[in-house]
Design a protein around this ligand. Structure first.
Ligand SMILES: *Cc1c(COP(=O)(O)O)cnc(C)c1O
Length: 346
């Protein structure tokens, strides 16, 4: 079986397992005045992550969902308004920030150009009218198929928000993929956002955890939110140790995933039963529009799985395939052969 459902399927490397075994730990719940705990490995991971993103401070959390939720709940109280678009992961998939409990926040939708790029006039209007208290962006954009916002795009949007004193949170679950694709250092790419979260547990391959970065004062407050959400773990240095290896050893490797995704897209694209927008194949995902076949994406997902290829139907129209460390070039070639064989069987 070739499993291309998600890059969350990565498993910890031997280097990670060794680091986990050897990790020095402490009680992360015994906090100092700034809310920092006593686990030295978590502290080291947080300091490394803050430096990587060029922010003053960072906080380790169990998941990307909690990183986003903690950010939004630290910036805003219930009843405040947050600028999003309907396909942002934080709105479309996670929802928790926008439900009555725990978040209680109200979405204000900005327009997008094509698949994912926020329209600056729309952000300008929301910001100038003070209709929002926070703006959320996503880079890479998951639903759009791993597409990137350039530094110029991010900077322009942040400037519009900032002129009106509105902070910006970036859901950068895969922001390291974006930086590699754009050939820019990740701290430059996130320079103009106030806070950024990124996942250690996706293409970077750690088993657990995400990081929320921002200025020191914000992170002190965010630690209180994390505690309230039940996200303060104890001797989680055993997990953070894998996160350190992820940052040190796995970031450059993401390029391979991008090359494999491109190869997959190039092999499948000529098939008349589907459509792939190749300009959207930028990082480790291939989003395939199956509507030319006349069939629904869920049918493709089921049929492909029976033939040995797991994919994910993300709407009626699209299936998504994601490359990651355990997927080799050979797997990608085999996956495209299965794809053709399935289409012929329809
Ligand atoms: C996966 C993902 C998240 C959430 O991360 P979890 O660790 O699964 O909770 C948030 N945003 C985006 C864009 C993601 O892809």
């Amino acid at each position: 079986m070739i499993d291309l459902r998600s890059d969350t399927l990565t498993k910890p490397t031997e280097e990670m397992r060794n680091a986990m075994h050897a990790a020095e730990v402490g009680d992360e719940g015994r906090a100092d005045a700034d809310g920092r705990g006593e686990d030295p490995t978590i502290r080291r991971l947080e300091d490394m992550a803050a430096e990587l993103m060029g922010k003053e401070a960072a906080m380790y959390v169990p998941s990307g969902t909690m990183a986003n939720l903690a950010a939004l709940m630290t910036f805003c109280s219930a009843g405040q308004h947050v600028g999003v678009e309907k396909k942002l992961h934080v709105y479309h998939n996670e929802k928790c920030a926008f439900m009555d409990r725990p978040g209680g926040l109200i979405p204000e939708f900005y327009e997008i150009d094509g698949d994912h790029a926020p329209v600056s006039d729309s952000i300008k209007a929301l910001s100038e009218s003070q209709k929002i208290d926070l703006l959320c962006l996503e880079n890479t954009h998951n639903f759009a198929g791993g597409t990137c916002l350039s530094k110029e795009q991010v900077d322009t949007l942040c400037l519009l928000a900032k002129k009106n004193h509105i902070p910006v949170h970036l859901d950068g679950a895969r922001v390291n993929n974006a930086a590699i694709c754009l050939n820019i250092s990740v701290n430059k790419l996130v320079e103009s956002v106030d806070t950024v979260m990124f996942c250690l547990s996706k293409g970077l391959g750690a088993p657990v955890g995400s990081i929320l970065c921002g200025d020191s004062h914000f992170i002190v407050e965010a630690r209180k939110t994390r505690k309230f959400l039940g996200g303060t773990m104890r001797q989680a240095g055993v997990l953070a140790a894998a996160g350190i290896v992820a940052i040190q050893s796995e970031r450059d490797r993401l390029e391979e995933d991008h090359q494999n995704a491109l190869l997959l897209a190039e092999r499948i694209a000529p098939n008349r039963m589907i459509h792939i927008d190749k300009k959207n194949v930028q990082t480790n995902m291939v989003r395939v529009d199956v509507s030319p076949s006349g069939y629904e994406a869920s049918l493709f997902q089921q049929g492909l799985e029976k033939m040995g290829l797991k994919t994910l139907a993300i709407s009626n129209k699209y299936i998504r395939m994601v490359t990651y460390r355990e997927i080799s070039q050979k797997d990608v070639v085999a996956a495209s052969d299965i794809f053709y064989a399935y289409c012929e069987s329809l």
